[in-house]
Design a protein around this ligand. Sequence first.
Ligand SMILES: Nc1ncnc2c1ncn2[C@@H]1O[C@H](COP(=O)(O)OP(=O)(O)O)[C@@H](O)[C@H]1O
Ligand SMILES: [Mg+2]
Length: 365
Amino acid sequence: MSVPKTRVAVVFGGRSTEHAISCVSAGSVLAHLDRERFEVVPVGITIDGAWVLGADDPTALRIRDRELPSVARTGAAVALPGDPTRGGLLHLESERAGEVFSGVDVVFPVLHGAYGEDGTIQGLLELAGVPYVGAGVLASAAAMDKEFSKKLLAAEGLPAGDLVVLRPDDATLDDRQRERLGLPVFVKPARAGSSVGISRVTGWADLDGAIALARRNDPKVLVEAAVAGREIECGVLEFPDGRVEASLPAEIRIVGDGVDWYDFDAKYLNDVCEFDIPAKLNDELTERLRAMAVAAFRALNCQGLARVDFFVTDGGALVINEINTMPGFTPISMYPRMWAVTGVDYPTLLGTLIDTAIARGTGLR
Ligand SMILES: Nc1ncnc2c1ncn2[C@@H]1O[C@H](COP(=O)(O)OP(=O)(O)O)[C@@H](O)[C@H]1O
Ligand SMILES: [Mg+2]
C-alpha cells in the first residue's frame, strides 16, 4: 500500500521588492523537493498580489541574461481564505468559482520581504489553520524590522551595532548623532532585503540623498555605524523533535574592483564575490558563532529556519547584522549550501523544514 503524499503549496513571488529573488528561490525549491514524498502545488503571487496557480517548471524561474523572473497573471486565480472550514485553496473564477481546487497539508512560503517574510502571510496561514514552514507571526515581523530585531537581540545581551532610527517625521541626523556614528554609515530601509534601498555613505553631503533613497522603500530608515569586519553567515535549522542546530558558517568576500559592500548587483548579478563554505575560522570562533546564531534564533522566538548574518572584527568580536527568517534558496544562496557542507543535502533540508512545520502545527505553541 502506498503512503499518501504530503501536499505542499510552494508560494512564491509576492508584493515585495524581492519578488524576483523569491521566484528564483522557489525555482530551486521546486527542483529539489522529493516528489516521492510530496505532491507539490506551486502558487505564484503576482507583484500586485493576485494568487495564481503556477506552472511546476523550475526552469522558468531563473535569472537569464540579467533578466529577472516574475509571476505572470496567466495561471488560474486561486485564494486561500482565512477560514479553516473551507478546505484549502479555492478557485476564484469561471464556473468553478468558490470550489475547492486543492486541500493543502502545509505551505512553504518561499517569500522574501514585505507581505511574505514579515508575519503577514503567516497571519493568514494561522487563520486558515494550515501549518507552514518557518517563523510565526511575531518572529517574522520582528526579524523583518531591523529596528526591533536589534532591540530584541540587545535585550538578550547579544551584540548589534550602533544605529539611529529615523521615523517618518525625522528628516535627518543631527550633529551629535553624526559625531556618534562617524563615517562611513550605512543607510537602509528598516524593512527590506536583498540590499534594496541601501547606501554606504562616506561623506555627510550624501546623507540626505541616501535617506531619500531608503525612504522610497520604507518610511522608517536606519542609519548604522559601519562595522569593519568579515561578513560571516550561519544557518539555523529546527528539527521536528524541537532540536535547534547551527550549520557551519560561511564567509562572503567581495573581490571585485570598486565594490565595497554586498549590494544587490554583487548578490545576484555580478561575479564579484567569493564564498568560503565553510568559512575559514578557527574552531573556537566557529563554535562561538554557531552558539550565538542559535541564541539569536531563540531571542527572536524563530521557528523552522533562519540565517543569522554577522560581522567578525579583526579582534574576533562578533556583531550580528541581521536575521533572515526566510533566507534565499536560490542555487547560489548560502543557506542551503551551508547545510550541504554540514551534512544536510538540499532535498533532506526541505524535507526537514516541512516535517518540522507539520510537527509544530498552528496556534499558540
Ligand atoms: N553596519 C554595517 N557595517 C558594515 N557593512 C554593512 C552594515 N550594514 C550593511 N552592510 C553591508 O550591506 C549589506 C546589506 O545590508 P543588510 O543590512 O544585510 O541588508 P539586507 O537585509 O538588504 O541584506 C551587508 O551584507 C553588508 O555588506
Ligand atoms: Mg543582509
